[in-house]
Ligand binder design. Structure first.
Ligand code: PEP
Ligand code: MN
Length: 352
């Protein structure tokens, strides 16, 4: 159920409607839009009696949301969600393309700083790096943990890059939330509902990677879990799914980008690194993702991929990353987008 407020509704009227929803035993989710505020209602098992709500002051109409996902749906919020970061011009969603780049794993301070210098020098806004790694083998490198989070916090200070890193479980979630700017929930955890709910109780943007066999609806229901707890800053990331195709690690499903934009206001990034598993496929797929309307790219970059402790074969070299930035910058205006370089990061990288 969704209460659409009149364009001229006052904050007091919006609050009164929220209070009324709480009194009914449900949860109100006020989502301000450019034209008007809509208030999503969750927690109801059956129909909410619309009669009462419709008579409250400032209410334009009460609508039933028929889709399984509600807060993630465009029915509730027409405008694209733009995630912003205090003290930074970086955004995810809207006209500007967001670029998240860095190694699969933080392996050492030297490795992380060297790669961050290249990522910053090319003008990216976000640095990625795994501190806690979800590895298929328990014998493979599991990440440097808290030490890696500290290294990335230093990178944020030095280069002005915002930090994106994965929380693997509820133990690491709070630590990641304390140290990072965006909490990544990995593909293998996309349906870890207790972790999603916990992330929903935090007030930090959450980036959810698509599960290895998740449908569009399952993907959006993962976002809905986070949003239903009151955290509306959710970013989706397509990273390829399992198919019979064996020429690539995964099949990058770019067709989900327009499909998601059609039904949801949430931003969607594309990760061509995990999506293909092949260095030579990353740049073509990054171009295609931007041409297809993605809100940004998440990509793995390594200066010595042959020595990488994880995902070396899919990590692009810094020079390839710089070319990727140039190329997507040229493609962006054709599809009504733009790539704004992080000038302070470029300056910080030049000053080292
Ligand atoms: C990653 O981004 O390094 C990662 C492990 O991604 P995914 O969860 O998509 O496999
Ligand atoms: Mn990886």
């Amino acid at each position: 159920m969704l209460v659409v407020m009149k364009a001229q509704a006052t904050p007091e009227e919006i609050q009164a409607v929220c209070d009324h929803i709480v009194q009914l035993g449900f949860r109100p989710h006020p989502l301000p839009g450019a034209q008007r505020t809509a208030i999503g209602i969750t927690g109801n098992q059956g129909e909410v009696d619309r009669g009462n709500l419709e008579s409250l002051s400032g209410v334009a109409e009460v609508i039933r949301v028929s889709k399984a996902y509600k807060l993630a749906s465009r029915d509730v919020k027409e405008e694209d969600t733009v995630v912003r970061f205090n003290g930074s011009s970086a955004t995810i969603g809207g006209r500007n393309l967001a670029v998240v780049a860095g190694p699969c794993s933080i392996e050492s301070r030297e490795q992380a700083f060297a790669i961050a210098g290249h990522v910053a020098g090319a003008g990216a806004q976000f640095f990625r790096g795994g501190a806690y790694k979800p590895r298929t083998s328990p014998y493979a490198f599991q990440g440097l943990g808290l030490d890696a989070l500290k290294i990335m916090a230093e990178i944020r200070d030095k280069f002005g890059l915002r930090i994106v890193t994965e929380a693997l479980d509820s133990e690491t979630l709070e630590l990641v939330a304390d140290w990072a700017d965006v909490i990544q929930i990995g593909a293998r955890n996309m349906q870890n509902f207790s972790l999603l709910k916990k992330a929903g109780r935090l007030r930090k943007p959450v980036l959810i990677k698509r599960g290895l066999s998740a449908t569009l609806e399952e993907f959006l229901m993962a976002a809905e879990y986070v949003m239903s707890e009151g955290n509306y800053e959710v970013i989706l990331c397509e990273r390829g799914v399992r198919t019979f195709a064996d020429h690539a690690r995964n099949t990058l499903d770019l067709s989900i980008v327009p499909a998601l934009h059609h039904v949801s206001h949430l931003p969607i990034l594309v990760d061509p690194s995990h999506g293909t598993g092949r260095r030579d496929s990353v740049l073509p797929m990054a171009r295609a993702a931007v041409a297809g309307g993605a809100d940004g790219i998440m990509v793995e970059v390594h200066d010595h991929p042959e020595k990488a402790l994880s995902d070396g074969p899919q990590s692009i070299f810094p020079a390839q990353f710089a070319s990727m930035m140039d190329e997507i910058e040229r493609i962006a205006p054709i599809v009504g987008r733009q790539l704004t370089r992080n000038v302070s990061a470029v300056a910080a990288a030049g000053a080292k």
